[in-house]
Design a protein around this ligand. Structure first.
Ligand SMILES: [Zn+2]
Length: 178
């Protein structure tokens, strides 16, 4: 999945939650940041197919969440709840959507207990031998668009996220004016 669709799916997920001590500010900014965070391993990888490091495994982020929760139990920092939940949900959503839209590399759901790669549609690692910066160029981009169902789902997620953001923004302005 591409960065704009990761951000849009993170925004849509964040909007599903009612206000609580876990979802107050900075829950949404952290959730958006975390929805793209695993892809920083792309900076350190030579190929698209090889860019999934430990950052693309669920257990790593569950351990981070556990560490932050323990820290919160000791220091009772009011912001640690929304930060830890935003980080957990954003990264797990990233992995779920990467699994769903996998084209050249899947997700190792059971790492480190198994190195098996999981994906929904058959993957073609041979198309992912270029750099991650080549993802928005051909031939990778046209290969990615070959699965039209997934491509339009990504476009749909971006449109829904964008529409909801604009709707929320307009209504906030109205609210502020009254
Ligand atoms: Zn990813």
């Amino acid at each position: 999945m591409f960065v704009p669709s990761h951000l849009a799916s993170g925004y849509l997920l964040g909007k599903l939650f009612k206000k609580s001590p876990w979802t107050v500010y900075p829950f949404m900014p952290i959730l958006l940041f975390a929805s793209v965070l695993p892809d920083i391993d792309g900076i350190f990888s030579d190929t698209v197919a090889g860019h999934h490091s430990i950052l693309h495994t669920p257990l790593f982020w569950i351990i981070v969440f556990g560490g932050l929760t323990l820290t919160n139990m000791v220091f009772k920092n009011i912001q640690l709840k929304p930060i830890s939940l935003g980080l957990l949900l954003g990264t797990q959503l990233h992995l779920l959507t990467d699994w769903f839209t996998a084209r050249t590399v899947g997700i190792q759901w059971l790492f480190p207990f198994s190195h098996k790669d999981y994906f929904l549609y058959p993957i073609r690692p041979e198309y992912g031998q270029g750099s991650v910066w080549g993802m928005i160029q051909n031939p990778y981009f046209s290969f990615y668009m070959e699965n039209t169902c997934l491509f339009w789902i990504e476009i749909g997620v971006i449109m829904c996220g964008g529409a909801l953001f604009i709707y929320t923004w307009i209504n906030r302005k109205k609210y502020n004016n009254t």
